[in-house]
Design a protein around this ligand. Structure first.
Ligand code: GLA
Length: 396
């Protein structure tokens, strides 16, 4: 299980661009996907998260146009889209499918900078799509980085992350927090991002690839209705927060409360709201312990926080499923696995295991066989590494 060479992918993107749109050569940009070590569903609750941008993501070949048209293509999607800049809708339109992500970013650029030039783009990537590694944020961030470079708007990475986040949150309508776009836009080689979403403030914490590797395990279970379920969790947390403010004390975010506050409000909340809030409040302690462990190079302890985080997301937050529970449980039983949990929003898709370097193939074989016996499905396995972060890709 070794990293894939990216050159064939870059060649395919450039070739498709030239075939569809003609010369001259476009410029090429990259933005990474992410896994989140601990801090599940904390970003929209004003809590902390600990994402790692990986060495996989989305590439974009882009060139500006002068005739007020936008043309969108993707190596992975049959359908492309073409429209006049004047026809870009104010909100995502289902007719534009995946094109809503880049259109949302373009829309945000126009609102912020007044620049409204059209462009041609071809996207291509090496992330499993829609499986919890944040391919949509990678599309948004790569579009933002490319438009910023080509239009010379000179925005910093945090501004680009916020713009990309608004495309997902305001334009597409997933009520997500800022984690995915920040993880992608602010990634630094050899580090994970400890992001305090309430600020937002962040710091980079070193991750030692000689001590620990990340095995991603794809259950192949589609994340059906995940947008509806996700937005429902956001609404439940908002209600739990309101109840705590009214009955206990007034703090700005749900993640700011302590377990004792929850107990004090228990009779005012139904069981579902109580458990949603308990996940958020206890996850804040797991992330503090996890960051401390990472700082001390204690990957065993970090792994334990992943295990506990998975249990809490499964039992209290109820965003897991049997496939994710089984794949993480079997992985935990393997020698050299520090810990495992679902990644991303949950509801299907991928889980991650933190493992001792060199054992990925053995773990994948064992977990894969057990998973197939249980579900009759071949799970996917991939070794991910801390990436080098986003930016322009120089042609060789
Ligand atoms: C999705 C969202 C993120 C975050 C995670 C859960 O990936 O896009 O903002 O809420 O789920 O931690």
């Amino acid at each position: 299980m070794t990293g894939r060479a990216r050159q064939p992918l870059l060649d395919a993107i450039s070739a498709r661009f030239l075939r569809e749109f003609g010369g001259p050569q476009p410029r090429l940009f990259f933005a990474p996907g992410r896994i989140n070590l601990v801090g599940a569903h904390l970003d929209y609750n004003g809590g902390d998260v600990l994402p790692m941008a990986v060495d996989r993501g989305v590439y974009a070949a882009m060139r500006l146009r002068d005739d007020g048209r936008i043309r969108l293509r993707s190596l992975d999607q049959e359908q492309g889209f073409e429209l006049a800049t004047a026809a870009v809708p104010q909100r995502a339109d289902p007719a534009f499918g995946w094109g809503n992500y880049p259109l949302g970013v373009w829309h945000g650029f126009r609102a912020r900078t007044g620049r409204a030039r059209g462009f041609d783009v071809v996207f291509g990537g090496d992330l499993p799509m829609a499986s919890g590694l944040s391919s949509s944020a990678a599309i948004e961030v790569v579009t933002a980085i490319a438009l910023d470079a080509l239009l010379q708007t000179g925005m910093d990475r945090q501004q680009l992350a916020l713009l990309a986040h608004r495309a997902e949150n305001g334009y597409v309508g997933l009520r997500c927090g800022i984690m995915d776009q920040f993880a992608s836009a602010l990634a630094r080689p050899g580090h994970v991002l400890w992001l305090h979403c309430a600020g937002p403030r962040y710091e980079h914490v070193p991750f030692d690839p000689q001590a620990c590797e990340v095995l991603v395990m794809d259950t192949m279970k589609p994340r059906t209705l995940s947008k509806t379920h996700f937005n429902e969790r956001v609404a439940q947390c908002a209600t739990a927060h309101e109840t705590l403010r009214a009955h206990v004390r007034d703090l700005p975010h749900l993640a700011d409360y302590q377990p004792a506050d929850l107990e004090a409000a228990r009779s005012a909340m139904d069981d579902v709201l109580f458990r949603r809030a308990r996940h958020v409040v206890t996850e804040m302690h797991r992330i503090a312990t996890g960051v401390d462990a990472l700082r001390h190079g204690d990957y065993q302890e970090l792994g334990r926080q992943l295990d506990d985080s998975h249990r809490s997301t499964a039992l209290d937050y109820e965003v897991s499923c049997r496939e994710l529970d089984v794949i993480t449980e079997v992985a935990r039983g393997c020698d050299g696995v520090f810990g495992a949990r679902l990644t991303g929003a949950g509801f299907g898709g991928c889980a991650i295991a933190l493992i001792r370097p060199g054992i990925a193939d053995a773990v994948a074989a064992h977990v894969g066989a057990a998973f197939e016996r249980e579900f009759g499905v071949a799970a996917g396995f991939d070794l991910l590494h801390v990436g080098t972060g986003p930016g322009e890709v120089q042609s060789p």
